[in-house]
Ligand binder design. Structure first.
Ligand SMILES: [Zn+2]
Length: 80
């Protein structure tokens, strides 16, 4: 991908910590780094392999939603 800061070619950067690994796991975003100006940021690759990422990501989101609903439900029940 092209660096939005200087227009040079920015290459994929490795996930540095857990947060980046998690983001990588649940979204198509990947960290990029520009060797020319040092810019670092997230972008979706030009070609996203939906078949590969979607099932995992959707499962994580649905699990999160169910958990949020469950917590909301039981929280409301206890408040009553
Ligand atoms: Zn740059």
């Amino acid at each position: 991908m092209v660096c939005p800061s200087c227009g040079e070619y920015a290459h994929r950067s490795r996930s540095r910590n857990f947060r980046e690994s998690f983001l990588k796991y649940v979204s198509p975003l990947r960290p990029y780094r520009c060797p020319s100006c040092g810019w670092r940021g997230y972008a979706a690759p030009a070609r996203i392999n939906f078949a590969k990422i979607d099932r995992r990501a959707v499962f994580v989101w649905i699990a999160g939603m169910l958990l949020a609903v469950a917590v909301g439900f039981f929280g409301a029940g206890m408040a009553r």
